[in-house]
Design a protein around this ligand. Structure first.
Ligand code: NAD
Length: 497
């Protein structure tokens, strides 16, 4: 059985306290063995990163950016291998894995503009012969803790920007699908990154706790579920670290009576069921305004779901694959049953589907639930599976109040032909990322990504311009070189002009 180890100081290491199986979710078979890092390895990695930091920080930004140029090329050259690893351990269909990787590569492209991003600000003559400037200094050693659902893209949200800003990075990937992250990290060495600047350490909670309590780590970026995000944010803050922790979601789409309903239904199918609903931006609730809209929407969606193909990752004709684990399949099916028990209508039931040749896979078919009420558990909690729920309301105000009162505020969308309604919606809705006739409003790499409410803990969003702020400390320098014949005595009042 192939072992998955750590990347420490440019070398693969197999230190471990224990091991854990990594499964192919389409077959339910254990395919690799993950080595869980001991505490001593965490300390060693941090010391190595601290030693690598001064030389890396002092590299001109353009040299750091050139490594990212080469890295982008290497990611593209290795795209088939990367997508195969994503498929084997996550179950994502090859075309979707390629999409995830491409969105990750766009973050590398953005990081290539480090010289521009790190320029800072300069003001001449803020006082007589006094100049002042602000610069972005790197933090030191920073850590990233990532979820299973984007094993390439979410790490790529973090480390390219952290590295070009001059930091050293330690990545702790999800223990459920760790091979992709390790593979893409190894490519950095080939791109010319000095050893010790980027390291990967494998494990679960104990490794996370080891990173959060290590004094050598200045900042932590986390992406995962909300309870863990909250824990990470609190613990990192208690230990004096800067932290951004992105959490879970429940993304609503308002379907207005005036919208192009056929188009809305098509968009909803992709956004609700793509990647088996295991996306933090998946649209999992359609809020239909008016009974006729709801009836028509359910009638349009039902035959579309019957045509969806569910199966293994390498068949590009499949629309989506399995869920990540047996436990998660049980959890998702449990939510469907709870909605049924609470009185909702199961219009299309994806529980225990028959997938030929994959009887032991963690599959759930596309599921559509109508007449869902806000009091139901299936509405209140994140399901993270191929389940779309319809909530019926009478007015747009009622739909917006529903979204605003939900604990999550990651993404949302409105389908309408009415520009005024759309503008009112985007101006007022309490959600971080908004789509207008766009179902998955995931910001491009040169904007930043982040939700509101319980979907994000911290002040700054991920990647894009906010990443420069997160991964650097601002320093402002005020300078005067007094000439020999203009020397002032001591000044006791606050200097003004
Ligand atoms: P998760 O919270 O279970 O795990 C995320 C990371 O935290 C993993 O690396 C894991 O090892 C670690 N972890 C797990 N339990 C821990 C504990 N008790 N203490 C410390 N660390 C722990 O999340 P997941 O199941 O891997 O990913 C799915 C979740 O991530 C969903 O809730 C999804 O919405 C969310 N997500 C959010 C975004 C976003 O941008 N907001 C993006 C992707 C995923």
């Amino acid at each position: 059985m192939e072992k998955i180890g750590h990347l420490i100081n440019g070398e693969l290491r197999e230190d471990c306290t224990d091991t854990q199986w990594v499964y192919n979710p389409a077959t339910g078979e254990a395919i690799r063995e993950l080595l869980l890092a001991p505490d001593a390895l965490i300390n060693e990695a941090v010391e190595i990163a601290k030693a690598a930091f001064p030389a890396w920080r002092d590299q001109p930004a353009i040299k750091r950016a050139r490594i990212m140029f080469r890295y982008k090329q290497l990611l593209e050259e290795n795209k088939d291998e990367i997508c195969k690893l994503i498929g084997e351990e996550h179950g994502k269909i090859a075309h979707d894995a390629m999409g995830e990787l491409q969105r990750g590569i766009e973050n590398v492209e953005y990081a290539c503009s480090a010289t521009e991003l790190l320029k800072g600000e300069f003001s001449k003559n803020v006082g007589p012969a006094i100049d002042s400037w602000s610069e972005h200094q790197p933090l030191g050693v920073v850590a990233g803790i990532t979820p299973f659902n984007f094993p390439a893209m979410v790490p790529l949200w973090m480390f390219p920007m952290a590295l070009v800003c001059g930091n050293c990075f330690i990545l702790k990937p999800s223990e459920k699908d760790p091979s992709t992250s390790l593979f893409i990290a190894k490519l950095l060495k080939e791109a010319g990154l000095p050893d010790g600047v980027m390291q990967v350490i494998q494990g679960g909670k104990s490794v996370v706790d080891g990173l959060l309590t290590n004094d050598g780590i200045e900042a932590v970026s986390f992406v995962g579920s909300t309870p863990i995000a909250k824990y990470i944010y609190e613990k990192a803050s208690q230990n004096g670290k800067r932290c951004q922790a992105l959490g879970g979601a429940k993304n609503h789409a308002i379907v207005m009576p005036d919208c192009d309903l056929e188009n809305a239904a098509n968009q909803l199918v992709g956004a609700a069921y793509g990647s088996c609903g295991e996306r933090c931006m998946a649209l999992s609730v359609a809020v239909a305004v008016g009974a006729e809209t709801a009836d028509n929407l359910a009638a349009l969606l039902t035959p579309k779901l019957a045509k969806l193909r569910v199966g293994a990752f390498y068949d590009n004709d499949n629309d989506f694959g399995p869920l990540i684990s047996r436990e998660h399949k049980q959890k998702v099916e449990g939510y469907i049953s709870s909605a049924e028990n609470d009185g909702a209508t199961i219009v299309v039931d994806g529980r225990n589907p028959f997938i030929e040749g994959y009887a032991s896979g963690y599959f759930v078919g596309p599921t559509l639930i109508d007449n869902v009420l806000p009091t139901m558990t299936s509405y209140q909690e994140e399901i993270f599976g191929p389940v779309l729920q319809i909530v019926r309301v009478d007015t747009m105000q009622e739909a917006m109040a529903l979204i605003d009162s939900h604990i999550y505020g990651n993404g949302t969308c409105i389908f309408t032909r009415d520009g005024e309604a759309a503008r009112y919606f985007s101006d007022n809705i309490k959600v971080g990322m908004v789509g207008i006739n766009v179902p998955l409003p995931v910001p491009v790499a040169y904007h930043s990504f982040g939700g509101w409410k319980q979907s994000l803990f911290g002040d700054l969003h991920a990647y894009g311009p906010d990443a420069v702020k997160f991964y650097t400390r601002r320093k402002t320098i005020t300078q005067r070189w007094p000439s020999a014949n203009v020397r002032e005595g001591a000044v006791f009042s606050m200097p003004t002009l």
